[in-house]
Design a protein around this ligand. Structure first.
Ligand SMILES: C[S@@+](CC[C@H](N)C(=O)[O-])C[C@H]1O[C@@H](n2cnc3c(N)ncnc32)[C@H](O)[C@@H]1O
Length: 267
């Protein structure tokens, strides 16, 4: 339900702001070194790619994303910031022909949950890692443990029931189950697979209007509103506004969230 496949409007502060509390933990786990070559999977507009490139001064970072508009924006920001060791590729990480054994580290901030065939995708990523290369990624824990998703779905569904909020799109919770992920990564050739519980809130904006704007960009919101007549759509927006108001505190709109920080290694 989270803006998969780059369908979210490219507000440069949006996703970076939402995940500000997660980003710190991801960076620490990545432990990028000055000579590293880093691959950022599903990089979006590239905040994590640029951060990796800044640390990998003698190496570099490649961000890959299936969304052409996200990659165009990522390139633009990197150019504006004058970063010379970061590049971006508009491609599907599941099938892209990466150079073999090129990268020391593959990272991802919520960009690996949308593969059609996760074993094939992670095997493809594994082939571009050097022996002993690491994979460090953040993914959502199950839907029920993510207050933001439960609250939004409830608002979208309202008295019309959950069908109104059903989304046929890619599943952001597809890597939520550790045993299943262990099986996927193991089948893809990874070892030393470990999970760390990340319990940090997500930020939706400084006020209700900004948060509503952000939620409007979610695939599930767009799909639900598209199916409704104008009066019913207005009721949904009213419920969303009320729900977001209930989550407004002095420093903006926040929701509880649970993620896994997953680490693994190519043998
Ligand atoms: C939730 S967003 C996260 C973006 C970015 N990592 C960040 O933290 O700002 C997921 C991203 O994964 C990308 N994505 C989805 N499927 C992909 C695939 N098969 N290959 C590459 N990127 C993909 C989407 O286009 C989207 O930009």
């Amino acid at each position: 339900m989270r803006h998969p496949a780059g369908e979210h409007p490219l507000d440069p502060s949006g996703y970076d702001a939402e995940l500000q509390r997660h980003d710190r933990l991801l960076r620490r786990a990545c432990g990028v070194r000055p000579h590293d070559h880093v691959l950022d999977i599903g990089c979006g507009i590239g905040q994590t790619t640029r951060a990796a490139a800044r640390t990998a001064r003698a190496g570099g970072a490649l961000g890959i994303d299936i969304s052409a508009s996200a990659v165009a924006r990522a390139r633009e920001i990197a150019r504006t910031e004058g970063l010379g060791n970061v590049t971006f590729e508009n491609a599907d990480a599941q099938v892209h022909r990466f150079p073999q054994e090129r990268f020391d580290l593959a990272i991802s901030r919520f960009g690996t949950m949308f593969f059609d065939d996760p074993v094939a995708a992670f095997a493809n990523i594994g082939r571009t890692l050097r022996p002993a290369g690491r994979l460090v990624m953040m993914v959502w824990q199950p839907r029920e443990r993510n207050e933001w998703n439960v609250a939004i779905r409830r608002s979208l569904a309202g008295p019309d029931g959950p069908a109104a909020a059903a989304s046929a799109g890619p599943d952001p919770f597809s890597l939520a189950d550790p045993p299943a992920v262990k099986e996927i990564l193991g089948a893809a050739g990874f070892a030393d697979i470990a999970f760390t519980d990340v319990h940090e809130p997500v930020y939706y904006g400084p006020d209700v209007a900004a948060a509503l704007d952000w939620v409007h960009g979610f695939t599930c919101t767009g799909e639900a509103l598209k199916r409704l007549d104008p009066a019913a759509a207005a009721r949904v927006v009213g419920r969303l506004r009320e729900m977001l108001s209930a989550h407004l505190s002095d420093d903006g709109v926040w929701f509880d969230s649970r993620a896994w920080l997953i680490t693994a290694r190519r043998p």
